[in-house]
Design a protein around this ligand. Structure first.
Ligand code: ZN
Length: 282
């Protein structure tokens, strides 16, 4: 279940399409530098995977298959460089209805949040971050790719990788998220040895997935629900999105699959529980 280096084949359609959308007007906004993160951030309490060979950041894809029927729904809160202006014009990259549904259904979940999303929606970010039902992890600050050729996403240089991830945690603290977990999801899932080595000093565990919901730009909630239900096995990590404009069916998918998963005996958990269950089994 732990793969130090893995080429990504799972589709992260969202990343690719966002870049297509970004092509006409991508620009960096200028912001004042954020305070440097402290040496102790992110918090150390949640379980992490021990680094791989040569201290390289470990990669987690799913929990144990033989430790009960658990499944983690994860939600990526993407926000790329050009989307601030689009948000200002009314496009919604948040999904309050989805978060409300998770609360109503009492679904523990892990939200992989970009720093830009937290800056755009600080009140929602804080609300999610302070709700014990959820845990907030990093999906980078800028949603740039950490390898070349990653669904057309702009690429961040090796020298900027560590700072980008730490900047996301700095934003989380700034908006009032106290205990973001030290898990990092690469934009598009794209990573290689160089990226994993660059992030070693940050102390994060890289979190991938084993079930692609296909919710990005989907219009057929039933089809996405089927993908999830057909793909889930004990210990699975399901990737979904928390961005209404780019993943409009996700709330309906959650309302559909959660009761069905529970009827099949699955217990919904956060990624930290799956990582904790994996430790001691390696
Ligand atoms: Zn993403």
């Amino acid at each position: 279940m732990i793969t130090p280096v893995r080429s990504v084949t799972a589709a992260c359609v969202l990343g690719a399409t966002l870049v297509v959308l970004a092509a006409c007007g991508a620009r960096e906004t200028t912001r004042a530098p954020l305070p440097a993160p402290s040496a102790t951030s992110p918090v150390a309490e949640p379980p992490t995977l021990a680094p791989g060979p040569a201290g390289m950041t470990a990669v987690f894809e799913h929990g144990p298959r033989d430790a009960g029927r658990t499944v983690a729904l994860t939600f990526d809160a993407d926000m790329t460089a050009d989307q601030g202006p689009r948000a200002a014009q009314g496009e919604r990259f948040d999904n309050p209805g989805l978060i409300a549904a998770l609360r109503e259904l009492k679904v523990p979940a892990t939200v992989f949040m970009t720093g830009r999303w937290a800056e755009e929606y600080p009140r929602q970010a804080r609300s999610i971050g302070r709700d014990p039902l959820f845990e907030v992890a990093s999906h980078s600050y800028s949603h740039y790719a950490f390898t070349d050729h990653c669904y057309g996403l702009p690429t961040i240089g090796e020298e900027g990788m560590r700072a980008d991830v730490e900047r996301a945690y700095a934003v989380f603290r700034k908006v009032g998220i106290r205990d973001a977990v030290p898990y990092f999801r690469f934009p598009g899932g794209c990573h290689d040895r160089r990226a994993l080595e660059a992030l070693t000093p940050v102390g994060v565990t890289a979190v991938q997935w084993d079930v692609v919901s296909g919710d990005a730009f989907a219009t057929d909630a039933a089809a996405v629900s089927r993908e999830v239900l057909n793909g889930v096995r004990p210990g699975s990590v399901v990737v979904l999105h928390c961005t209404r404009s780019a993943a409009p069916t996700t709330e309906r998918v959650v309302r559909s699959v959660v009761p069905e998963l529970r009827a099949k005996g699955f217990r919904l958990v956060k990624v930290s529980e799956l990582i904790g269950a994996s430790n001691g089994r390696r």
